[in-house]
Write a protein that binds this ligand. Structure first.
Ligand code: ZN
Length: 177
């Protein structure tokens, strides 16, 4: 995860292996041969990638209006975004990293790899026992004592998990500023 963060902070570095699972690096055509991915799924993935690219481009241009035209190739968009916002304030860079990280989680889940959620500690109790609940599209903590006031399990959006993860990854730098 630190490598993943480093990649987004230093666009000149080569991509770590985790980066290859990111939405913009996934070619939908490779899923066409999978028995688990019929044609409608491919369209969903394409929509997902288009939405992800659009979100990153819009965020980048809001932070760095002089960024210039976004690359036509989706794979290049994250690098372009990181370079264009490399001198933005820490809060803006953190917002960018949070968007990108959340998109990575969304993409992994779309690919059926929802176990990616287990790598994260619960933002409330700090234990590792998070599960993806597809029906509600929420991340649920299974720790029996980690509940809301009404006694139900605590749950989180992917955006909250991403924000917590990026904030925790950046905390030494944030304390220094
Ligand atoms: Zn918890």
């Amino acid at each position: 995860m630190r490598l993943l963060q480093a990649e987004f902070s230093t666009p000149s570095r080569t991509a770590p292996t985790e980066y290859s699972t990111h939405p913009l690096n996934a070619a939908p055509r490779t899923r066409a041969t999978s028995p688990h991915s019929p044609a409608p799924m491919d369209l969903g993935v394409l929509d997902h990638i288009t939405a992800a690219v659009t979100e990153v481009i819009e965020h980048t241009l809001a932070v760095a209006p002089d960024a210039g035209p976004a690359p036509a190739v989706p794979d290049e968009v994250y690098r372009w975004a990181a370079a264009a916002t490399s001198t933005a304030g820490p809060g803006e860079q953190q917002a960018r990293d949070t968007i990108i990280y959340r998109q990575g989680l969304e993409h992994a889940i779309a690919m059926g790899e929802d176990t990616v959620i287990r790598r994260h500690p619960c933002p409330q109790c700090g234990t590792y026992g998070l599960l993806w609940q597809a029906a509600s599209r929420r991340v649920v903590c299974v720790h029996t004592r980690c509940t809301t006031r009404d006694g139900s399990s605590t749950s989180w959006s992917l955006a909250q998990i991403a924000r917590h993860h990026i904030a925790a990854t950046n905390s030494p730098a944030r304390r220094a500023t």
